[in-house]
Design a protein around this ligand. Structure first.
Ligand code: F6P
Length: 548
């Protein structure tokens, strides 16, 4: 058994879990009218109500004990101060430096990283201004109308999803199109809509070695040449964001057109860097800066609030409670805001790529780690997968999110949206008893046996946990705080589970095998003996279809 599962707090939580099975949140709310107020807190424009969770004070104290046992505060400070906490890659983890507005230096290997970050922000600001003002023109002298942002994973999801979330703040000066997949269908669709003379291509790849991004950029450059662009014109139309400047310049991108990235920023934590350039072009530099300021505010909250009042810590501990003691396989994100519909996919990468690990230092874990993250916008899900949330057999904690005000608000529809959001968490919590379901059938023509049978199907056990996050308005600053909230939540869980939240070795094998299969597909002779029979058969079928 690991030290974690042997620890006093873990053992105590196991016992509390047994006891709590017999209780119902419905009763807790009746017994304590102040429960909601006691289990709510506000930080950085975000109001969190976590009272509809299967926790009491004893559970919360034991969970906080786990955080203390893990030396959370010391480890948190180590991250902010640039210690090499990504130990498998010997790297610091300094995405927080990208939004450090404290004026204090941040050191990595004895060097203050802030001047480079500030230079990069200035370069981004100038570039955004040049594109928006028309100072930077295409090679035929036309202004840039479209931006094609090519990247994948962390070099794509942040700018794309935050652009959608901030649609009301888009300047409209350029249309930004995002392409990630190596499936050419997407790229072709976008290229068919834009003109090479008026399109800026931003190639975002920290490593500059990601197959999808390299190939999509190559195909786009061919399209640019085919449409009349010359080698000398590439500088007007192609820029890159990468930590691999040499590879970017070898690819043909002018050195001046390369925006920097650093080893100490992980891909899924990189939207605060120049990876956010397409977003800054979409919403304007001032709004991009406000996003960084919001994240900085959440950093300050995370660093200074006592653990018991610390929003990311509370959310992380609740997640641990369900994952490790209720065996919850997943949690669901339910944004009740159309523009925030991509947020579950963003948190999916953030959480699953960070904490989907099985090694704690040199030992394999003997407890569950990162959960599956999924979800989509409300109210749509209410008419599909919410059925399973309400009556399925798994515990699936939910995070509901709703802005209280939205730009150009349609009062009638917004009230409907809010009432649906609140009703869902209420229904999950209270459920419907057998007696309540039976009472609804009293005046029907069913026999008593039929009524009893149907009432069993209509019964909802309730006691299903959820958080509700409300925002006054989801402006750039609040969105920045929201993203940083989930980053820190994932960090806290990684510390308690003792996994390295900042590497991603699990994605590497697929890349290597993909390249081997590609060369097999492209080779003239068949060497399929290297492959297992199933993979060889699939390769064969593909080759035959291309030969037809
Ligand atoms: O393959 C996983 C991954 O490395 C992610 O961690 C990263 O966000 C994405 O690919 C893109 O990587 P890059 O920015 O180096 O192209």
């Amino acid at each position: 058994m690991s030290l974690l599962t042997q620890s006093e707090h873990w053992q105590q939580l196991s016992q509390l879990h047994e006891q709590i099975q017999a209780e119902h949140m419905r009763d807790w709310f009746k017994q304590d009218p102040d429960r909601a107020q006691k289990m709510s807190l506000s930080a950085c424009g975000i109001f969190l109500d976590y009272s509809k969770n299967l926790v009491n004070q004893e559970v919360m104290s034991a969970l906080l004990g786990l955080a203390q046992d893990a030396n959370l505060e010391v480890k948190r400070d180590a991250m902010f101060s640039g210690d090499k906490i990504n130990h498998t890659e010997h790297r610091s983890v300094l995405h927080t430096a990208l939004r450090n507005f404290s004026g204090a230096p941040v050191y990595e290997d004895g060097e203050n990283v802030m001047p480079e970050i500030e230079d990069c922000l200035t370069k981004m600001q100038r570039f955004v201004h040049a594109i928006h003002s028309g100072d930077h023109l295409g090679y035929t002298g036309k202004p840039i109308k479209d931006v094609l942002a090519i990247g994948i994973g962390g070099s794509f999801l942040g700018p794309k999803i935050m652009s959608e979330a901030l649609k009301p703040y888009q300047t409209g000066k350029v249309n930004v199109h995002f392409v990630a997949n190596v499936d050419a269908c997407h790229l072709q669709d976008v290229l068919a809509k834009v003109s090479p003379e008026e399109t800026l291509v931003i190639m975002s790849s920290k490593s500059f070695s990601t197959q999808e991004t390299l190939q999509n950029t190559l195909t786009t450059r061919e399209w640019f040449y085919r449409s009349g662009g010359q080698k000398k014109d590439v500088a007007h139309h192609f820029v890159a964001v990468s930590s691999n400047i040499e590879a970017a310049t070898d690819f043909g991108i002018a050195e001046d057109n390369v925006f920097p990235m650093w080893d100490w920023v992980g891909g899924r934590y990189s939207m605060w860097s120049a990876i956010g350039l397409p977003l800054a072009l979409n919403i304007g530099f001032d709004n991009f800066r406000a996003l960084l300021e919001g994240a900085f505010d959440m950093d300050q909250h995370f660093r200074t609030a006592p653990l018991a009042d610390n929003m990311p810590v509370i959310m992380a501990l609740l997640g641990i409670w369900y994952r490790n003691f209720f065996n919850a396989q997943s949690y669901v994100l339910l944004p009740y805001y159309h523009y925030l519909r991509g947020f579950p996919a963003y948190v999916q990468q953030l959480d699953m790529e960070s904490n989907g690990k099985r090694m704690a230092g040199e030992q394999a874990v003997d407890y569950l780690t990162g959960p599956i993250v999924w979800g989509s916008e409300g109210t749509n899900g209410q008419h599909s997968f919410h059925q399973l949330l309400h009556q399925g057999t798994s515990t699936i904690p939910a995070d509901f999110m709703l802005p209280l005000k939205v730009p150009n608000q349609h009062q009638v529809q917004h009230a409907m949206l809010a009432s649906n959001c609140f009703a869902q968490s209420q229904a999950l919590m209270q459920g419907k008893t057998f007696d309540e379901a039976y009472a609804e059938l009293v005046n029907t023509s069913l026999t008593d046996t039929q009524k009893a049978c149907l009432a069993k199907h209509k019964e909802m056990l309730g006691n299903k946990p959820s958080n509700t996050l409300l925002f006054q308005q989801l402006d750039p600053k609040t969105l920045g705080s929201l993203v940083a909230l989930y980053e820190h939540k994932v960090f806290v869980q990684g510390i308690i589970w003792q996994v390295n939240s900042f590497d991603q070795w699990g994605v590497e094998l697929g890349k290597v095998l993909g390249n081997q299969i590609l060369s097999e597909i492209n080779s003239a002779s068949v060497t399929k003996s290297e492959f297992d029979a199933s993979t060889a058969q699939l390769i064969d079928l593909f080759r035959q279809s291309t030969e037809e």
